[in-house]
Design a protein around this ligand. Structure first.
Ligand SMILES: C[S@@+](CC[C@H](N)C(=O)[O-])C[C@H]1O[C@@H](n2cnc3c(N)ncnc32)[C@H](O)[C@@H]1O
Length: 278
């Protein structure tokens, strides 16, 4: 049995290794997998302070030897979160991503800690129902799809859920913004991340100018994603059309107080939906 201790993360090591793997393997928009682990190590993104709430939702859903799919994972964070929740139940974890870089990081990590975990490099839109999972965990992956492909994405996810299985989906909804707000959003996020990065111990260890360029690329891609966030109604309609029945919904705090664009109350919402197949 793997102990939950095996899932402790070393964020500084991960940031360094993710940069090396990102350079070699990631051609994603915004060079997502170069910068993501750096953002985490600087305390900017991922589950972080949401872990107690997320764990209270996730842990009861994972039974002994449950088949767990993590759909989209930028680094080790989601795997380690699931492991900390449920290592004692020996879950059979599969991590799916379209990019080789995070999967290579996961493979190195799991080999070094003797953790059983399967990685699959594939487009989540091509999932079919030949393999099904008891728990599917999506942590802000839906935001990577535009409206038509998001509907298709949830249909594929629904088809991949075993009867009686559960979907745990952390996602965002937001009010639509005027197109000219995109540049403002990008500048806000770039300014914020570069400041936080400069104050973090990573700034001394890594190549500062290269990282600041990467954070700029990331900010651009992130602002573009924010422009496409669905409304609440769009989210509920995607679930309904995919045959997913919402069992509960849980608000998460939105932390980026640096944003003027999204400062208006109700402008943006972050939440977790627990759903099952109709
Ligand atoms: C926001 S990340 C998830 C990050 C997550 N919050 C975390 O902590 O790792 C979304 C992931 O989904 C992956 N992704 C996006 N679209 C995909 C697709 N069509 N098929 C497979 N993976 C996809 C991206 O490569 C990225 O690693």
């Amino acid at each position: 049995m793997t102990s939950s201790d095996a899932f402790r993360e070393d964020l500084a090591w991960q940031a360094h290794r993710a940069l090396e793997l990102g350079r070699a393997l990631c051609a994603c928009e915004g060079r997502h997998h170069w910068s993501y682990a750096v953002l985490r190590a600087a305390g900017i993104t991922s589950i972080g302070s949401e872990e107690p709430l997320m764990a209270s939702l996730m842990t009861p859903l994972i039974g002994d030897h449950a088949r767990v799919m993590i759909g989209g994972s930028a680094d080790l964070g989601l795997l380690c979160f699931v492991g900390r929740c449920a290592a004692a139940r020996n879950p059979r974890i599969t991590v799916i991503d379209r990019c080789r870089a995070p999967l290579a990081l996961i493979e190195e990590f799991t080999a070094s800690r003797n953790i059983a975990c399967r990685t699959l490099r594939m487009n989540l839109l091509t999932l079919d129902d030949r393999e099904q999972w008891d728990v599917i965990f999506l942590h802000h992956t839906a935001e990577f799809f535009d409206a038509p492909s998001r509907a298709q994405f949830f249909e594929r996810i629904s088809a991949s859920l075993a009867p009686g299985g559960h979907l745990v989906c952390a996602t965002m909804s937001a009010q639509k913004l005027a197109p000219e707000k995109q540049a403002e959003l990008e500048a806000e996020f770039r300014g914020h991340t570069v400041n936080v990065f400069r104050q973090s111990p990573l700034a001394e260890r890594e190549d500062g100018p290269e990282l600041e360029r990467l954070l700029g690329d990331y900010a651009k891609a992130r602002a573009a994603r924010r422009m496409g966030y669905p409304s609440d109604d769009d989210v509920y309609e995607d679930f309904r059309r995919a045959g997913l029945q919402i069992l509960s919904e849980h608000a998460l705090p939105v932390k980026w107080t640096f944003s003027k664009v999204d400062a208006a109350p109700g402008s943006i919402r972050k939440f977790v939906i627990i759903a099952t197949r109709d």
